[in-house]
Every structure is written in C-alpha cells, then in structure tokens.
Design a protein around this ligand. Structure first.
Ligand code: ARG
Ligand code: ASP
Length: 721
C-alpha cells in the first residue's frame, strides 16, 4: 500500500496541473517564510521578514490596494504613490475638460497646491493579517446542512470583525481561502483623501492602445502618480485642505540599475481572481462555450464601434473608454482559449481526475468523502450549463445597447414604484430623473449615436437569438415566428424603431406622463421584461443554489487534493488579497521560429511611430529627447532608455500597478499586463509561456524628469544607483 501510493504520487506529479514547478504561485505574505529558501535560491537577497513583518515596518507597508481593483506603492515619505495609467484613468478623465484635457495632454502638479483631489478614490493599507480558520469554523460540524454551515460561519465572522475593530479606526474583513478550508482576517487602514499628482499624455500612458494591449513586445508608459493625505495625526480623514501628506511606515527605494535577463524579481500586490482548481468540466465550459460566446458578441460590438470611432474625433471620444473595456476582455479571452487549447488543459484535468479517483478509492474512509466527487461535479456542471449561458447572454449581449440599458432603468423604476408603493407624484418625480438621464443619451445630435446603437442592438440580439434564445426561449421564438416570418433581425429592427426609448420626443412624451401600463406595452420594454423575468426570477435563483453546491464540492475536492499531496505547499487562488509572486526576468518563444527578448527600449517607440494611427502618435518632445539622446541618469549601460521588461512572476488582473522589485527589495518596475500567450494563467500556468509585463522604472522616471520636468517629484524619491 505504502509503496503504491508513492508511485501514485509520482504519477500524479507528472500529470498534475497543480504542481508548482518553476514560478507559479501567488503566496500569502504572512506565510512567506515557507517560500524564503526557494526565493533565495532564485536570487533573493532579503528575508521573508523584510517583506512582511507585523512588529516592524516592512515592504508590505509600502504596498496598497488602489481603488477597488488595482495596486499602488509608496515612493516617498510624503505619501507619493505610483500605479498604472490605466488604473488612474477614471480619475484623470474626471478632471479633464475639452479646454484642459489632461487625458490627452497629461497633467503634472509642480507643487502640492496643484494636486487634484479625487473624490471617491480610496487607498487601503494592510495593518496585519491573521489565520482565523479555527475561530470561523467554530461550531461547524460535518452534520450541518450547507445553509446551517453558512449561518454559523456568518455569525462567527461578525464577532471576529467586531473584536478586531471596536477600539480603533481600522476596517476589517475575513476572506475564505481554498474554498472555505481556511479563513484569514485582514485588518486595514483606509485613506480617502487621495490626490492626482501626475499623468503622462495618453500617447505615452496608453501608447499602442488596444492593438498592443496584452502583447509583448510593449512600449507603453503605463503609470500615473497620486498622493495620500492624512489628518495631523497621520490618520485617515475625508478631504480637507488642512490635511497633510501621509507619512507611510515604509516607502520603496528605486534602483536605477534595473534588472537583466535571469535576475530575480518579485511582484507584491492584489491579484483579483484565479481558478487553478477548476475541474475538466468547468474548463471545458470556459474554453468551448463561455469564452467563445463572449468573444463572438464582443467582436460584433467592436466592429460597430471601431467603424464609428473612425468616422470623427467626436465619435472617438464618445466611445473610447467603453471600447477599451470591451476590447480588454475580448482580447484576453481569445488568448485564454488559445492557451487552454494549446496546453490541452481539459485533457490534463481529465487525466488528473482519473488519478484523484484512484487515490480516493484506496481506503473506505476516503471513498466515503471523495469517491463520488468527480461524478457530482459532472452532474452539477451539466445542470448549470444552459442557465449559465442564459445569464452570460443577458450581461454580454442583451444589456449592451443603450436602448436596453435605458429600458432596464425604466423597468426598475416600475418595480420600485410597486415595491415601495410610490404615489403617482413620487413616481413622476422618479420619471423626471430618468428623463434627465436619457438626455445625455440624446445629447450631441451631430453624433450618429442612434444608428450606431441600433446596430449594436440588432447585431447582439441576433447572436443571442441564433445561438441561444431560438432553442431555449419559447417566448421570443414564437414572437419571431408568428409576427416576423421567422426573421429575427426584422423583429429587432422593428423593436428599435418602434420603441419610445429610441426617440427623444417619444421618450419625453411617455415619461412626462408616467403610466406603467403604457410603458409595458412598448416593444423594447416588453422584450426586455420577458428576458429579465425569465433570467432574474427563474434562472438566477436556480444558479445560486447550484453554485453553492458546486462550491461545497470544491471545498472537499481541494481538501482531498491537499491530502493527496501532503508535503506540498499550495498557494490559494487569488481573491484580491495581498500576495507575493516571484520569478526571474526571462525571455520566451511564442511560436515556431520566434524568440522574444526580455526588454524593450525607447528605440522601439520610434519604430512603432505612425502619425496616421491614433495609438502610435509620438510626442515631439519625446522625439527630441530621443534624437539628442538626452536621457539624464535613466539610460542603461548601452546608453538606451529601457521601456518595459518581462519576467516569470505569476500575476493576474488586480496586479496592475504592483511594484516589481529586485533581489534587494528595491523598485525596478511597475507591473501592468501579461503576454497574450500566457493569459490562461488564471486557470493553468505554463512556465514556458506565462510572463508578466512591467514598465521599467527608468522610463517612468525619465518621463517624469526629462519629459515633464517634474523634478519636484524626483527629489522626493530615494534613488539607489
Ligand atoms: N490588459 C491590461 C489589464 O488587463 C489593461 C490595459 C489597459 N489598456 C488598454 N489599451 N485597454 O488590465
Ligand atoms: N492588466 C491587468 C490589470 O489591470 C493585469 C493582468 O491581467 O495581468 O490588473
């Protein structure tokens, strides 16, 4: 028996998608001592304690959650912080007007009084974290039902959080790890007076745009600068002109020597979501159904918008921000599908599940708990399949035209008036507010917005119909067959043209005298109500039940996998908590006959320059600096300014803006993306292909100093050369 299981473990490691060879893993800072020797073997010269220490200041005190989904890092003792341009984007846009277009032209505060307060932006600093698994699971017995279990856990969590925060100004949260096999408490300090300090022009901060996005080689100066303010006691406080720059416990020193191929690097930040434990059934759903459906709908949306954006600069501005978001997911999923396919991810998972089943059936004890898991997954996933698609199409296709988005707000208004029993007057007040909102939709008559939105609506609804509703949604099928001779596009065309929501005059007319009865007979509202009712009232509640069952299966499955590999150090999936990923600066071969180097330089910006293409315009000032080789202290040993570099750190969405540090814990880059060939790393990591992309800190400082002349900011930083 013993021998056999050794062979099994060995066989398992050959097939396992979970064996973290090479650089896979996003590790908890609190438990980093377990990784210390491996990190040092790879080149790290500092200790795990230098990175995370509760009793003394450590690097973790310089790292923050920026807003709700990015990372940032302090680079001065006056609360100055760096993050990505695409993370600061929303706040840069908010401060921009046509006359003072900071998004296009950049913004630089030459002294603190010029910094711009960013309402609604918060910075979260981790004070400490703690393993609270025993406290959270106190009173949880195997005999409890899923619901009872959840309730006990909820009560325990409430108590722990109160205890952690009742005598201080901290905010706390508890997050599950390994699908609820472990729980950690996070006690945070949240700052809300955050000010914009600097941003390069878009053709630096977003150079290469969506064409270069998710790709290597890259030349994007993707950074922006903010500052955190505190009250006189250095504690969080709402915006006030009396606030003073926050003094962090730690800020990062900057290494202008950079890193080279083979050098150790680590990324410290807030990765959002990974799903390394998914079963073959789930990976198959993503690779063959969900991602392709999303890609198909978004391709049709992007075709419409890209054409519109090329028609006039005004139309470009109107759609640019939305399109960046649509294109970002679209491109990532295309890469993900290709990567999963290339790796044979589903087959690998099936192979692993076979191994798991063998292990699970060796003793009766195991068999009782783990024996039927894989079969149960299969059943639940197939039960969830069409419901999941129904929900996916609602968000990806149905709700993406303005017609349907506006229809959605009108329906919720009717729902609200019924639920809250609003009087006629109160209801009319709400309807008047809706008119105001609709005004922005009809604003700027010179834009072709109605035609564009109609194309979006007809195209996306037609995909929804052909690929899903025709076989799964009787109501729509009958409508199309009975009234439109089976031609769905004619139906959707009719809906758009005949809905009051597509006409300014009719909208005003209907909403000024708000009468739910008249509104519900509108063809767009009628269609949306039918879909909404079915998805939200029928599908979602079913999906919630199935998902919670699937989740509880994963809790056992992951526990089993860990038992099967006792002795191996597993990292929990990313869940927007602070993590350390480490690896080395490393080239890769994307395909046959092609080698990619580890660094790009300013020369590549000039090579990509194309004044005809919006995303490849280069500022004259930058060209001049290049021509004169006016690089100050920011050139490498060959006299070039490095722009970006790749390494094998395992990162994901949320890691944007994360500090990339060298062997000594000094800042050498700002993480901002991954390579296209490696985007499947959220599900399965391939050491040959997965790379994170970082902005070289020398290009960032070169832009601040030489391009923008913001020496005041450089003077605040501590630079080691
Ligand atoms: N791919 C980067 C990450 O997922 C975002 C880059 C933003 N830039 C852009 N051109 N859309 O967030
Ligand atoms: N660009 C991503 C972000 O914004 C990073 C990634 O997905 O690698 O977090």
């Amino acid at each position: 028996m013993f021998k056999k299981s050794i062979i099994l473990v060995f066989a398992f490691s050959l097939f396992s998608p979970f064996v973290s060879i090479a650089d896979e893993g996003m590790w908890l800072p609190l438990l980093l001592n377990k990784r210390e020797s491996d990190m040092q073997k790879k080149g790290m010269k500092i200790t795990a304690k230098d990175i995370y220490d509760v009793n003394n200041s450590s690097l973790k005190d310089a790292v923050m959650l920026f807003g709700g989904g990015c990372t940032g890092e302090f680079v001065s003792n006056e609360g100055l912080l760096l993050t990505n341009h695409h993370c600061g984007y929303g706040n840069i846009v908010r401060h921009s007007t046509v006359e003072r277009d900071y998004l296009t032209n950049g913004f630089w505060a030459m002294n603190k009084s010029e910094e711009l307060p960013c309402e609604g932006l918060s910075i979260t600093l981790l004070v400490y974290m703690e393993d609270v698994t025993n406290k959270v699971l106190k009173g949880v017995e195997d005999s409890l039902s899923q619901l009872e279990r959840e309730n006990v856990i909820k009560d325990n969590i409430k108590k722990i959080i109160t205890e952690a925060t009742n005598s201080n100004h901290y905010k706390a949260e508890i997050k599950p790890f390994f699908y609820g096999n472990q729980y950690f408490l996070y006690v945070n300090e949240v700052f809300t007076d955050v000010r914009l300090v600097g941003a390069p022009p878009s053709n630096i901060g977003k150079f290469g745009g969506d064409t270069d996005n998710w790709m290597w080689p890259r030349h994007t100066g993707d950074f922006s600068i903010f500052r955190v303010y505190a009250n006189k006691d250095n504690k969080p406080a709402g915006y006030s002109k009396d606030n003073i720059p926050f003094t962090p416990k730690k800020f990062l020193k900057i290494n202008l020597n950079g890193v080279e191929e083979g050098d150790f690097t680590f990324v410290f930040g807030y990765p959002g979501t990974t799903q390394q434990f998914l079963t073959s059934h789930a990976v198959d759903r993503i690779e063959n159904f969900e991602d392709p459906a999303r890609i198909k709908v978004r391709t049709s949306r992007l075709n419409v918008y890209n054409q519109a954006m090329n028609q006039s600069p005004a139309q470009r501005l109107r759609y640019a921000a939305g399109v960046a978001g649509i294109a970002n997911g679209w491109k990532k999923w295309i890469g993900e599908v290709k990567g999963l396919n290339r790796l044979g991810a589903v087959e690998r998972k099936i192979e692993f599940e076979k191994q798991f089943n063998v292990w699970a059936n060796i003793t009766q004890d195991r068999k009782d708990v783990y024996g039927g898991l894989i079969k149960d997954f299969e059943k639940l996933y197939s039960k969830a399949a069409s419901i999941e698609m129904s929900y996916l199409y609602l968000t990806e296709a149905v709700l993406c035209s303005d017609l349907m988005k506006n229809g959605r707000s009108i329906i919720s208004l009717i729902d609200k008036s019924e639920r809250d029993n609003l009087s006629k007057g109160e209801m009319q007040k709400e309807a008047d507010k809706a008119i105001e909102k609709l005004k922005s939709y009809f604003a700027n008559d010179y834009l072709n917005h109605k035609e564009i939105d109609k194309s979006i609506f007809v195209e996306t609804m037609n995909i929804y119909y052909e690929d899903f509703a025709k076989t799964n949604f009787q109501w729509i099928k009958e409508k199309v067959d009975n009234n439109f001779k089976g031609n769905a596009k004619t139906y959707f065309d009719y809906v758009y043209e005949n809905s009051f929501l597509s006409s300014k005059k009719e909208s005003e007319k209907h909403l000024r005298k708000f009468n739910p009865k008249n509104i519900l007979s509108d063809p767009a509202i009628e269609l949306l109500s039918a879909i909404w009712g079915s998805v939200i009232e029928k599908d979602i509640p079913n999906l919630v039940v199935i998902d919670s069952k699937i989740d509880s299966l994963y809790r056992l499955y992951v526990r089993g996998i860990m038992e099967m590999n006792s002795g191996k150090d597993f990292y929990p999936d990313a869940n927007l908590t602070l993590r350390v990923a480490y690896g080395n600066v490393k080239p890769y071969k994307p395909r046959d006959g092609v080698n990619y180097f580890t660094h790009t330089t300013i020369k590549g910006i000039m090579e990509k320059e194309n004044p005809e293409i919006y995303d490849y315009v280069v500022e004259n000032k930058l060209k001049e600096l290049y021509k004169n080789k006016d690089y100050g202290r920011y050139a490498n040993s060959k006299g070039e300014v490095p722009v970006a570099f790749i390494a094998s750190n395992h990162t994901t969405g949320g890691n944007s803006g994360s500090p990339v540090m060298d062997a000594n814990g000094n800042l050498v880059g700002i993480n901002f993306d991954r390579n296209w060939e490696g985007t499947m790393s959220d599900i399965i990591y391939d050491p040959d292909q997965c790379r994170n992309i970082s902005l070289d800190i020398r290009y960032c400082l070169f832009i601040i100093d030489k391009f923008a002349g913001a020496k005041n900011l450089i003077d605040e930083m501590t630079i080691v050369e």
